[in-house]
Design a protein around this ligand. Structure first.
Ligand code: BGC
Ligand code: CA
Length: 348
């Protein structure tokens, strides 16, 4: 009997040691990872905000490659506004054994297809900037969202208007005590478009200011589309427009283009969101009254850190994973007073 126990121990102890070593493998193997493959697909590469986020991602990956001595393959592909194309791109990442897949969905309401594919391949998945519905995200334990709190950006944009309105009575061009505005909206189904439109106005009316909407329309985040909408509104409403609210800086810049071409005098104030380079320049020269800083670099950093952790440490097979599925980077108000600080911060 004793011999049997001894024999069992001789066989089982090494097996146990081997198994326990395997289960902690991803942690102890961290130092050995030589190549990390991160696949990124974006809804369209020519979107100003998304393009700047991609540039930051590339810079961050390069820096980490130099620091860590690991090879980091960051493959960023363009979905060209086609969900079918984007699905194929995800298939390619899967077939090439990418360590992490990051998706800026073309159609954020149709995330389930991608979640299912990536889950079946047991690859961690990070959505960013275009938020999937929570139900889709929860289908895979290793799916995340990196972005920001869209309602907050609307609120902050509205608060800039409230400050301006209270400080400067001449903004009420027709002196009727009401704020006449037009609204330029992003894509129809985009969480940022919906929530910014809603919460900017809520912040204004919540501060006791009466508003009158002259017009609103979708300009799909794009400068040229916003320019042509604004040109029509200037023809129709002229100096009745007191405030132009745009869901992003590119559309605010499109409205400013139209205003400059119109020689309308006096002009309404124009508000954007993002604090892109061109947006900040417009705030600095006074053509845009204010914007809201949508921190592309901090979002890129969060996407990269999560990807790197998965590729070198966390595991999708029952091991450690970060707590929480949502990373939201706070927005900040930008006006002429602090726009130089934001520019300096971006350059550093
Ligand atoms: C940005 C827009 C951008 C959109 C793309 C938003 O968060 O503010 O500028 O076009 O994301 O998804
Ligand atoms: Ca008025």
């Amino acid at each position: 009997m004793k011999r049997w126990i001894r024999l069992t121990a001789v066989i089982l102890v090494p097996v146990f040691l081997f198994l326990s070593c395997c289960s902690c493998g991803t942690q102890s193997d961290a130092g050995k990872v030589q190549t990390i493959r991160i696949g990124v697909t974006v809804y369209r590469k020519d979107d100003t905000f998304v393009a700047s986020l991609c540039t930051y991602l590339e810079q961050i990956a390069k820096k980490k490659e130099n620091e860590s001595g690991k090879k980091i393959v960051l493959n960023i592909v363009d979905g060209q506004s086609s969900q079918a194309l984007q699905n194929d791109q995800v298939d390619q990442f899967i077939s090439r054994n990418y360590d992490v897949i990051c998706v800026n969905e073309v159609d954020r309401t149709a995330a389930a297809t991608i979640v299912n594919k990536v889950k079946a391949a047991k690859i961690p998945l990070i959505f960013f900037n275009r938020e999937p519905v929570e139900e889709d995200l929860r289908m895979w334990d290793h799916a995340y969202y990196v972005g920001a709190d869209a309602a907050q950006s609307g609120r902050l944009q509205g608060e800039i208007v409230v400050e301006a309105w209270k400080k400067n009575k001449s903004l009420d061009l027709n002196g009727d005590g009401k704020l006449q505005y037009v609204m330029l909206e992003g894509e129809q189904e985009h969480q940022d478009a919906l929530l910014r439109t809603e919460y900017s106005i809520k912040a204004i009316t919540g501060a006791g200011i009466h508003v009158e909407k002259l017009a609103d329309d979708i300009a799909n985040w794009q400068r040229a589309q916003a320019n042509s909408k604004m040109t029509q509104w200037i023809e129709k409403f002229g100096s009745r427009i007191e405030v132009v609210l745009a869901n992003n800086d590119d559309m605010a810049l499109g409205a400013i283009d139209a205003l400059k071409a119109s020689h309308l005098d006096p002009k309404p104030i124009v508000l954007g969101i993002d604090a892109t380079q061109a947006g900040l320049k417009a705030v600095d020269d006074g053509s845009m009254y204010g914007t809201v800083f949508n921190d592309a670099r901090a979002q890129a950093q969060a996407i990269f850190d999560l990807s790197y952790s998965y590729a070198t440490g966390f595991t999708t097979s029952g091991g450690a994973k970060p707590s929480g599925r949502y990373v939201r980077i706070p927005y900040r108000v930008v006006t002429r007073e602090n726009c130089q600080d934001i520019l300096d911060e971006m350059r550093s």
